[in-house]
Write a protein that binds this ligand. Structure first.
Ligand SMILES: [Zn+2]
Length: 499
C-alpha cells in the first residue's frame, strides 16, 4: 500500500495539467491499492459514477444475441454466405433466422459476423469486419429500435451513468433520399430552399414522432412509470442526429438539413454528427465540402451543437495527405465543439498549435479505447489519450459501438486505468467532463473546468446534498446541465462514502 506522500505525488503527476478538486483520500487510496487487481478494479469502476456517454451509436450498440431474440418472430431470411438477415418472402425454410439459430453453431456464426466476437484478422481486417457488420443486421435494428434503445439505456443505468447522448437516424435516411430526388446544387442556400419546398419539414416532424414511439416503448419496457423502475429510468437521454457521410453531396446535405432542423425544433435532439468510415472513398473525396456544408448550416442554426468523427484514421488506411487536416477542418470550418476519436492527431499539420487551440476553445475529444484498438489497431502507448490530457484538451471516455465491439463504459475506464495508470481524480474528471461538455442546455454547476469553483447560487451548499438550499435549488431547476451535474455529484458522494 502506498503512503500518503507517495499517493500525493502519484496524483499530482497523473492529474497532469488540470487542477482537480480533492477527493476523499480514502477513495483514491483504495483505487491505487486495487489498480493491479482486475476483479476489484472492475467492480469499483462498474459502480463508479461515470457521468455520461457522449459517443454511442444506436445502430451499433445492441448485442447480437439480443438482436436474434428481438427478431425471433420476424421470419427474416439469412444469406449464409454473408450472414446477412433481410426480409425475403421467397426464403427457403432452412435459411429462416428462427431455424438457423436453433443450433448453437448457427447462432455463433451470426454473433461472430455481427460483432467482433472471436474476430481474428485474416482476409478481413478488424476495420472491415467492424464496418461490414452493420448491414448484416440492420433489418433488425431498424425494426426493433425501441428494444435496442431500452437495451442501451438499461446498460447505461446499470453502470451508474447519468446521461446518454445517443446517435440516431430516426428518419432511416428519408432526408438523404429527398436530397437525391432534388439533385446537387453547389449553392447551398438554394438547395436548402428546394428541400423545404420538397417537404423536408414533414420528415423532421416524423423524426420527433419516431423518438416518441421508441421512448414510449422504452419507458414501458424499463417500467419507468411503476414503483419499481429499472436503473435505465435514471439516465437522462438526448440525441444527436447522425448523417451518413459515404453518400453523394445532395444526400449528405439533405440529411444535414434534417438534423439541424430537428435539433432546432425538438429539444431532445441536441445536435448532429457524421458517421460511416471516415476513410471511405466519398468521405475522403468530399471531406472539406462536407465540412463546408456543416459550417454553412452552423451560420443559420448557431444554437445547434456539432460533434464530428474526425481523425479516426491511421497511416496506411488512407494516403498520408489525408491524415493532415481532418481534425483541424472539423473545428475551424465545421465549428465542431467535440471531436470523435482524434486518433491521428500526431499527423495533423502544426499539431502543437492545434492541441493548444483545442485546449483554449475547450474542444472535447471523445475517446473510445476499445473501438480504436479493434478498428484501427491503436492501443497502449500508440494511443494519443495521454497526449490530449497533457495538452489540457478536455477528454471523455465513450463506448462507440457497445454491441459490435462487445464492450461497455466500465471497460473503457478499466482500459484507461490499467493502460495509462491515471489517478482516481483524473478518472473522475473524465466522468465530470461528460456532463460539462455535454450538449445539455443551461448553465453549468461549475464556474471553471477544473471543478474548483461552484457557481455562486450553490457555493455555500454541500456539493451533491440531497436537499439543496432554496437559492441553489432555484438555480438547478432552471439549468438542466447544472441539475445533471448536481445529480452526478450526489452519486459521487454516495460512491466515495462506500469506498
Ligand atoms: Zn463513432
Amino acid at each position: 500500500m502506498l503512503n500518503k506522500s507517495a499517493i500525493a505525488i502519484a496524483i499530482t503527476a497523473l492529474s497532469l495539467s488540470t487542477t482537480i478538486q480533492a477527493t476523499p483520500e480514502t477513495t483514491s487510496q483504495y483505487y491505487q491499492s486495487i489498480l493491479n487487481n482486475p476483479q476489484r478494479l472492475s467492480h469499483f469502476l462498474y459502480n463508479m459514477p461515470k457521468g455520461g456517454d457522449l459517443h454511442n451509436h444506436h445502430g451499433g450498440s445492441s448485442m447480437a444475441e439480443n438482436m436474434i431474440r428481438y427478431a425471433k418472430n420476424d421470419h427474416l431470411c439469412v444469406d449464409t454466405t454473408t450472414e446477412t438477415a433481410r426480409i425475403d418472402s421467397t426464403c427457403s425454410p432452412t435459411n429462416l433466422l428462427e431455424n438457423i439459430t436453433r443450433t448453437p453453431a448457427g447462432e455463433d456464426a451470426l454473433v461472430d459476423a455481427w460483432s467482433m466476437h472471436h474476430f481474428h484478422e485474416g482476409k478481413e481486417t478488424g476495420h472491415d469486419h467492424f464496418f461490414n457488420s452493420f448491414a448484416k443486421y440492420s433489418a433488425i435494428t431498424s425494426q426493433h429500435s425501441g428494444e435496442v434503445l431500452s437495451e442501451i439505456v438499461d446498460r447505461a443505468g446499470n453502470q451508474n451513468e447519468t446521461y446518454l447522448e445517443l446517435m440516431v437516424t430516426p428518419d432511416k435516411n428519408a432526408s438523404g433520399m429527398l436530397g437525391k430526388s432534388i439533385g446537387w446544387n453547389p449553392n447551398l442556400s438554394e438547395l436548402r430552399t428546394k428541400l423545404f419546398a420538397a417537404g423536408i419539414a414533414n420528415i423532421v416532424g416524423d423524426i420527433s414522432k419516431k423518438l416518441d414511439t421508441d421512448e414510449t416503448f422504452m419507458k414501458k419496457s424499463l417500467q419507468c412509470d411503476t414503483h419499481a423502475p429499472m436503473p435505465g429510468c435514471g439516465v437522462k437521454l438526448r440525441y444527436l442526429y447522425q448523417v451518413l457521410r459515404e453518400q453523394p453531396p445532395e444526400q449528405v446535405f439533405g440529411q444535414l438539413l434534417a438534423g439541424f432542423e430537428a435539433a432546432s425544433k425538438d429539444p431532445r435532439v441536441v445536435g448532429i454528427n457524421m458517421v460511416q468510415p471516415e476513410d471511405g472513398p466519398i468521405s475522403m473525396r468530399d471531406y472539406d465540402l462536407q465540412m463546408q456544408m456543416v459550417g454553412f448550416l452552423h451560420t443559420l442554426y448557431p444554437n445547434v451543437h456539432i460533434s464530428l468523427h474526425a481523425g479516426e484514421l491511421v497511416p496506411g488506411l488512407v494516403p498520408d495527405d489525408g491524415l493532415r487536416f481532418h481534425i483541424r477542418d472539423a473545428i475551424e470550418i465545421a465549428h465542431a465543439e467535440r471531436i470523435g476519436h482524434g486518433v491521428d492527431i500526431n499527423h495533423e499539420d502544426n499539431m502543437n498549435q492545434l492541441l493548444d487551440e483545442m485546449a483554449k476553445k475547450h474542444i472535447t475529444v471523445e475517446i473510445s479505447l476499445t473501438s480504436n484498438a479493434m478498428i484501427l489497431d491503436v492501443s497502449g502507448d500508440k494511443h494519443p489519450l495521454p497526449l490530449y490530457v497533457n495538452a489540457g484538451v478536455p477528454v471523455t471516455l465513450s463506448t462507440d459501438d457497445e454491441g459490435v465491439d462487445r464492450t461497455d463504459m466500465t471497460k473503457q475506464y478499466e482500459v484507461a486505468a490499467t493502460t495509462f495508470k491515471f489517478s482516481y481524480p483524473t478518472l473522475k474528471s473524465f466522468s465530470r467532463n461528460a456532463l460539462a461538455y455535454s450538449f445539455l442546455p443551461g448553465q453549468a454547476l461549475w464556474d471553471d473546468y477544473a471543478y474548483q469553483q461552484v457557481t455562486s447560487a450553490c457555493k455555500h451548499d454541500t456539493l451533491g446534498n440531497e436537499t439543496p438550499s432554496t437559492t441553489c435549488q432555484a438555480f438547478l431547476s432552471n439549468n438542466e446541465k447544472a441539475r445533471s451535474q448536481w445529480e452526478l455529484e450526489k452519486r459521487f458522494v454516495k460512491f466515495e462514502n462506500e469506498y
